[in-house]
Design a protein. Structure first.
Length: 118
């Protein structure tokens, strides 16, 4: 009866070791140095790319903050203008400047019918 025993790539058959596949990767000093250099270059480029993206985003954020502050100041000016325009004192001054005057007497109409069209 035949037996097959496998031991680390070499087979044992009929009391003899048979040659097996010997897959060893041998790299020289120059190849290893080139691989290390290529890996370092790749890591450096990725680091530079990431830091460049961060700087660009920071610049955009600063621009948006400046724009936000300008818009907030403009909004405050508009609110101030609206407040001044709706103040009773200013409305009275504008009415006098346009030649309007206080009525001498007031009368109210009593009506059961609506004035607006239905």
């Amino acid at each position: 009866m035949a037996h097959l025993i496998l031991t680390r790539g070499r087979s044992y058959r009929h009391g003899k070791f048979m040659p097996g596949l010997d897959l060893r990767l041998q790299i020289g000093k120059i190849t290893m140095s080139l691989m290390v250099i290529l890996i370092l270059v790749a890591v450096s480029f990725s680091y530079l790319s990431i830091s460049n993206k961060q700087v660009t985003q920071g610049y955009k954020i600063n621009e948006l903050k400046i724009q936000k502050n300008k818009l907030m100041l403009e909004g405050d000016k508009i609110v101030t203008q609206v407040d001044e325009a709706t103040a009773i004192v200013n409305i009275e001054k504008q009415a006098i400047a346009q030649g309007m005057r206080q009525p001498s007497y007031l009368t109210y109409l009593d009506s059961d019918k609506s004035v607006a069209k239905k």
